[in-house]
Design a binder for this molecule. Structure first.
Ligand code: MRU
Length: 350
């Protein structure tokens, strides 16, 4: 089995990832042959973005299973527990990681021979990856209905093809609108400290031929006040049962500014990003990352020596600030506790 997308390549023996730390200037690939290398790639941000890390972890699980497949059942299962825990301990906020690993773990229950098991795990990882592309296209199709010809959208972080297996969520909505023949412009927040907007979103939009305008994060409010923005669309790392949304740090500020300026604020995410086990955003674990991401730019220290640093990688936007959540199953509207509960009810109706 083989798969090749912008974000990842599965060769059947290894997982090849585009090194997102080096984009846009250097397009370089990193080959992961073991589950530990996959875990490191997620932790070190070679690959990032909620749906992408879920799919990548699934292939990491397959590499672990291949490594331990010759062991007896008991030892194999305890080794797979280690594989699961190693991959799960890489990044805490995006629920897609745990969702994908849970899907992979379930496959361990029902298999007899080791060949069968490896095949079934590889098929499941491929399914997770392929489904993600279809899901993003469906998100795009539903979301584009919220955009009119000539609209200008502001986006934060990178929720494009690189953050998924392909096509993207928030950028998928822009893409789908453009594919429908609408003229859409995008303002791109640079997204300090890691610059996913400046480095990755701008790169993707330029390649897609979408007119894109880069701003620093502190310009978003002024740009909205000037009436330049018709809608904000962002991705999500985890959505609680009440519709609170964890996403890249700075999303909350953008949502407050959108509310103040009466600009609709939309979240585009697959239903796998909704964590119905979590009642509200206060329960979402927020990753804190290295201080050097804040003190340094491109490896050069910009901050005064001796200063303390706080570097939360995500924030939580309360559901009251979210006008709609665009999923592959359709558009969720407030009250989200009800629309999300309906979505996850046995009928799956919205
Ligand atoms: O730290 P990152 O780059 O993994 O954060 C990514 C985001 O916050 C994205 O907006 C989110 O994962 C949605 S991606 C479709």
């Amino acid at each position: 089995m083989k798969l090749k997308t912008v974000t990842l390549q599965w060769t059947g023996e290894s997982l090849v990832l585009v090194d997102q730390r080096k984009l846009p200037h250097i397009v370089e690939y990193v080959e992961c042959k073991t589950y530990q290398e996959v875990a490191r790639a997620i932790k070190d941000m070679i690959v990032r973005g909620a749906p992408a890390i879920g799919a990548v972890a699934a292939f990491g699980f397959v590499l672990g299973a291949k490594e331990f497949s010759k062991l007896g059942k008991e030892e194999f299962l305890s080794s797979m527990n280690l594989v699961h825990n190693t991959l799960a301990s890489t990044r805490p906020t995006a629920v897609n990681l745990f969702w994908a690993l849970e899907r992979m773990n379930k496959k361990l229950d029902s298999i007899s021979s080791s060949e069968e098991l490896l095949k079934s795990l590889e098929e499941e990882a491929m399914r997770i990856a392929m489904e993600d592309i279809e899901i993003n296209k469906a998100i795009g199709m539903h979301g584009q209905e919220l955009l009119k010809d000539g609209d200008t959208v502001l986006t934060h972080c990178n929720a494009g093809a690189l953050a998924t297996v392909d096509y993207g969520t928030a950028l998928g909505v822009i893409r789908a609108a453009v594919e429908k023949g609408k003229k859409i412009r995008a303002y791109v927040d640079e997204t300090r400290p890691y610059l996913q907007g400046a480095r990755l979103t701008a790169w993707e939009l330029v390649q897609l031929g979408v007119e894109s305008i880069l701003i620093t994060d502190n310009m978003a409010g002024w740009v909205m006040k000037q009436g330049k923005i018709n809608a904000v669309i962002v991705g999500a790392d985890r959505i609680a049962a009440n519709g609170d949304v964890a996403n890249k740090i700075g999303t909350y500020s953008v949502a407050v500014l959108a509310h103040k300026n009466k600009v609709p604020f939309y979240v585009a995410a697959p239903t796998s990003t909704i964590d119905i086990r979590i009642k509200d955003g206060g329960q979402i674990p927020i990753e804190e990352r290295s201080h050097t991401e804040v003190t340094h730019l491109n490896g050069v220290r910009v901050a005064a020596e001796g200063v303390k640093v706080y570097n939360p990688a995500f924030d939580v936007t309360e559901h009251e600030l979210v006008n709609a959540i665009i999923t592959e199953k359709g558009i969720l509207r407030p009250p989200y506790d009800q629309s999300i509960a309906r979505l996850f009810s046995s009928e799956g109706k919205m």
